[in-house]
Design a protein around this ligand. Structure first.
Ligand SMILES: [Zn+2]
Length: 491
């Protein structure tokens, strides 16, 4: 494909991408609810939307990328019932809810840095935008599309559906939803206040013991989960913006409710393109606490999980994620990660050869024009990163052929190779050499230290080998002795 096409969930079609304002793109992505350490389910979306952002930047767009932090309003039941996820964790850890939010926001962002995800242009927090949320709720009430009961405010789905299409994104039909909702227990908290079981909370009254609460025109309370994204996307990207992203698990009810709220308040749909990435599985199963297969990102980086035989680096993780198309499922397994690590290392070794490849002035037997165009056309085809990676493997193969003296290239082809690696592998896919952040030569230096430590162990000088390990640990390097030798990790 010659230009970027994206699958728009709103219209369920692959559409050419055109920005609302020339050369500017606004992207809003639903960020994490920060009440626990980041797990593998947290990395796919950020990597996918990072590639999209980087590709748009390469094409000359100025991108404003907004990714929020949900630190209030996301209730345990994911609907309108149960305790606030943050408040609950704060009780468990005996912390202020904002300490919980800060701890896990930092943990999340540190993982984002390590997997080379660009920092958002703006990272708004729900608790920092209570006023915007209250104002938006007021507007929706004024339009007759929300109502207050006992200090809580609910969105009136029936009134809204008289003038707009509720279900436009998810394709759910209100009548079917009604039937389903009718079977739900009416005893769910707040259900008896709703005019209709499908109505959802914009604002919830807080009981006295509820720790997170704010003053509002309806008394003390806290915002519903969905309203923050409508309020913050409008605040930073305008009432109509280019791209809204998130996981498929957010499609309903979260994104459906976002569209309803924004359309109710602004008389127009918020985003032009809705992009959803698929979910991850672990050894073919959904990741869930109850299954005991939840893998935290740190556990992956350290190799400390019963399902993992070793540590995997951040770039192996990124490479692995990009080896699947974002709309397909992605299954984590130790074997698949090992294969990804091998592939990524093989590719890197080939790329390191390029600057020293010989060139010829005429009679070259090989070029890479076809590889170049296939990488571009793969990315244009709804960000087909697995196909782009396959082309990078083809590039590696050709680099090795030239390096082995079996084929020849011109200086121009060599420049194309370098440009592909720089602009598309590092630039768009965001795949950089593993130790790039730690300075050149680090792995060589570590090899020397570890081989000296190996010598100390062979001499049964345990004191020295422990001393080296402890000294490195103090500087943030973790050494692990395994069956296949010693590995190291930067903590
Ligand atoms: Zn959201």
């Amino acid at each position: 494909m010659n230009t970027l096409h994206l699958y728009n969930t709103l219209n369920k079609t692959l559409e050419p991408f055109t920005s609302i304002a020339p050369k500017h793109v606004g992207i809003y992505v639903c960020g994490p609810t920060v009440y626990g350490p980041p797990h593998l389910g947290h990395v796919r979306g950020p990597i996918v939307f990072d590639v999209l952002r980087r590709y748009l930047i390469l094409q000359g767009y100025k991108v404003r990328f907004v990714r929020n932090i949900t630190d209030v309003g996301h209730l345990v039941g994911d609907a309108d019932e149960g305790e606030d996820k943050l408040a609950k964790q704060a009780k468990v850890e005996q912390l202020e809810p904002m300490e919980v939010a800060q701890t896990y926001t930092d943990a999340y962002n540190s993982v984002m840095d390590r997997i080379n995800v660009m920092k958002p242009s703006i990272e708004p927090r729900a608790t920092g935008h209570i006023i915007e949320q209250i104002e938006m709720i007021q507007t929706i009430i004024e339009k007759g599309l929300a109502y207050e009961v006992n200090g809580s405010v609910y969105f009136d789905v029936m009134a809204y559906s008289q003038q707009s299409h509720y279900g436009v994104l998810s394709g759910r039909v209100l009548e079917d939803l009604q039937a389903g909702a009718g079977n739900q227990s009416r005893s769910l908290e707040g259900q008896d206040e709703k005019r209709n079981p499908n109505d959802f909370a914009l604002w919830k009254r807080a009981s006295a013991e509820h720790i997170m609460q704010w003053s509002s025109p309806w008394g003390k309370g806290f915002p519903g989960w969905h309203i923050e994204c409508s309020a913050m996307s409008a605040r930073y990207l305008g009432e109509h913006f280019d791209i809204h992203g998130g996981g498929m698990d957010l499609l309903f009810p979260h994104h459906e409710c976002e569209i309803a709220q924004s359309t109710a308040a602004h008389d127009r749909a918020p985003a032009k393109y809705w992009i959803h990435h698929n979910m991850i599985t672990i050894n073919g199963q959904k990741m869930a606490k109850s299954l005991g297969n939840g893998i935290m990102v740190e556990q992956l980086f350290k190799g400390e999980h019963p399902l993992l035989s070793q540590a995997f680096g951040p770039m192996t993780l990124r490479f692995f994620v990009l080896q699947a198309h974002y709309r397909g499922t992605l299954d984590f397994s130790n074997d698949a990660l090992l294969a990804a690590q091998k592939g990524w290392q093989r590719m890197q070794s080939a790329f390191q050869l390029v600057s020293n490849l010989p060139t010829v002035n005429e009679g070259a037997t090989l070029d890479v024009a076809d590889v170049f165009s296939s990488i571009v056309s793969s990315l244009n085809d709804d960000l087909n990163t697995p196909q782009a990676i396959a082309s990078f493997f083809e590039l590696s193969r050709r680099i090795n052929l030239v390096n082995d003296g079996k084929e020849t290239i011109t200086a121009e082809t060599k420049t194309s190779m370098q440009q592909l690696i720089q602009d598309y592998c590092k630039g768009v896919l965001g795949l950089i050499p593993e130790d790039a952040g730690a300075g050149d030569g680090l792995s060589d230096a570590m090899d020397i230290i570890l081989s000296l430590r190996g010598q100390a162990k062979a001499d049964k000088n345990w004191a020295l080998s422990d001393q080296i390990r402890d000294a490195l640990k103090e500087k943030g390097f973790e050494i692990k002795d395994g069956k296949e030798g010693t590995t190291w990790n930067k903590l």
